[in-house]
Design a protein around this ligand. Structure first.
Ligand code: PLP
Length: 361
């Protein structure tokens, strides 16, 4: 079976070169005589893998020295709780932007821990297809932090700007956009991402947090939910997700070889532009998202005649274009085109879409 173009939203495609390297090292990592999966997390081999991955990530994202990088488990969804547990104590209050399915979940979880102000709600007629302008929101002066979701993976809605939050620390769920382009980490108090979209395999969650924000969790916060404990122990308070950490490290090396985040941004922007162009220049396909906040990573689209959806998905699958079905809450199709999706995959999809339209339009 040849490898397909996998447009899954997550777990998502990984770079083929990375998978091949992992395969070559599977049974014997660098002469150790064992797989990375079988190594003690405290042994010198794994420690070298862990340190190098963190160093490479710090270099790729230009992470300032006063930020901790944590390699955790529990997915982005655990962060929905860990963030308020660790950060809300200063005032008991936080601001949240409600811009799609994932921020809705983050808000629901945060409400267990404090007084949450929804300072932006972009839902219109049950849909999330737009965002406020960069000046179109207020920040509560006494908020312990402002949480937002730079890229709403399900709706394909993405902020083209970093919200200005003044002295209030900005917290960002970057699960589906981290590493897709350069960013200024110093503008954020905390960045988090589940790995399975743009970093590596499911099971690893990365948290990048300014060190002055941690160390004052709510009373009763369990040790495993306390950032300071993970930070003080180099993410080895307990057994970390070692194999995911290793694979993430291989992805970081791959990104460096590809020209780092500047290089990725150029390719990602081009891939997204090609796909939106194909949708916008056809009366057969449509995308409901306002042009200024369309995602580079997740491109939802519908067929104007939804009765053709099943045929589209079946024929796309036969052409090696897989996992294009849209999220059940949005319908239609969604092409997730993270870093690991080659430009040739997008080109093939665009050609397929034109051909399908010719036959059925
Ligand atoms: C996928 C996703 C999540 C959920 O991630 P888990 O690791 O499954 O908990 C949260 N936020 C965003 C933006 C996502 O894309």
């Amino acid at each position: 079976m040849a490898r397909v173009y996998n447009f899954s939203a997550g777990p998502a495609a990984l770079p083929e070169d990375v998978l091949k390297q992992a395969q070559a090292e599977m049974l014997d990592w660098h002469g150790s005589g064992m797989s990375v999966m079988e190594m003690s997390h405290r042994g010198k081999e794994f420690m070298s893998i862990a340190t190098e991955a963190e160093t490479d990530l710090r270099e790729l994202m230009d992470i300032p020295a006063n930020y901790k990088v944590l390699f955790l488990q529990g997915g982005a969804s655990s962060q929905f709780a860990m963030i308020p547990m660790n950060l809300i104590g200063r005032s008991g209050k936080a601001d949240y932007f409600r811009t799609g399915s994932w921020s809705k979940k983050a808000i629901a979880e945060a409400k267990r821990f404090g007084d949450i102000t929804v300072s932006v709600d972009s839902e219109r007629d049950g849909k999330f297809t737009s965002l406020p302008s960069a000046e179109g929101f207020n920040v509560s002066a006494d908020a312990a932090y402002l949480h937002y979701t730079p890229n709403e993976t399900i709706e394909g809605v993405e902020f083209a700007y970093v919200p200005a939050s003044g002295d209030v620390p900005l917290v960002a769920d970057m699960s589906s956009t981290i590493l897709s382009r350069p960013l200024d980490v110093s503008r954020y108090g905390l960045i988090y991402a589940g790995a399975q979209k743009n970093i590596g395999p499911a099971g690893l969650t990365i948290v990048i947090v300014r060190d002055d924000l941690i160390g004052n969790p709510l009373d009763g916060t369990p040790a495993m939910f306390n950032y300071a404990i993970h930070a003080d122990n180099g993410s080895m308070y307990n057994t970390p997700p070692t194999y995911g950490w290793y694979l993430a490290g291989l992805v970081f090396k791959w990104l460096k070889d590809k020209g780092g985040l500047e290089g990725m941004a150029e390719i990602n922007q081009r891939k997204a532009a090609k796909l939106y162009h194909a949708i916008d220049t056809s009366a057969f396909y449509a995308n409901p998202v306002a042009p200024e906040c369309r995602s580079w990573m997740n491109v939802p689209f519908t067929l104007v005649d939804a009765s053709l959806d099943a045929d589209f998905l079946r024929q796309a699958g036969e052409a090696g274009l897989k996992t294009l079905k849209g999220h059940r809450s949005v319908g239609g199709m969604r092409a997730s085109i993270y870093n690991a999706m080659p430009e040739a995959g997008v080109d093939t999809l665009v050609e397929f879409m034109a051909e399908f339209e010719r036959k059925n339009g």
